[in-house]
Design a protein around this ligand. Structure first.
Ligand SMILES: [Zn+2]
Length: 103
């Protein structure tokens, strides 16, 4: 399945209109890009925290941050382009799976 290389969201079916831009490494969603440019790691991280906090963590921002870190660190793009905010506590597999089930 076609997914965003910087946040992992699907870019097919009901999400086909969420495509933003194409990088040499693959497609990026519209939430992670602006005016044809990739947002910074910090901006994409913050977007992930807001999303996970609201959608999967019942407003618990510290859990939202840990979920975002686990999600982004699993993506090859961020393994190749690490940034400071990725260093820190991560959600456990159990927390992550429970969060994914709420999306
Ligand atoms: Zn994305």
């Amino acid at each position: 399945m076609k997914t965003c290389i910087t946040c992992g969201m699907p870019l097919e079916g009901e999400h086909a209109n969420d495509f933003g831009m194409e990088l040499p490494e693959g497609p990026v969603c519209k939430f992670d890009s602006e005016n044809g440019k990739l947002k910074s790691g910090d901006e994409i991280f913050e977007g992930g925290v807001v999303f996970f906090t609201q959608s999967a963590a019942d407003g618990d921002r510290s859990l939202g941050e840990r979920l975002t870190r686990k999600n982004m660190k699993a993506l090859p793009y961020w393994q190749a382009h690490p940034f400071a905010k990725l260093d820190g506590p991560e959600a456990t597999d159990e927390e992550f799976n429970a969060a994914m089930a709420k999306l």
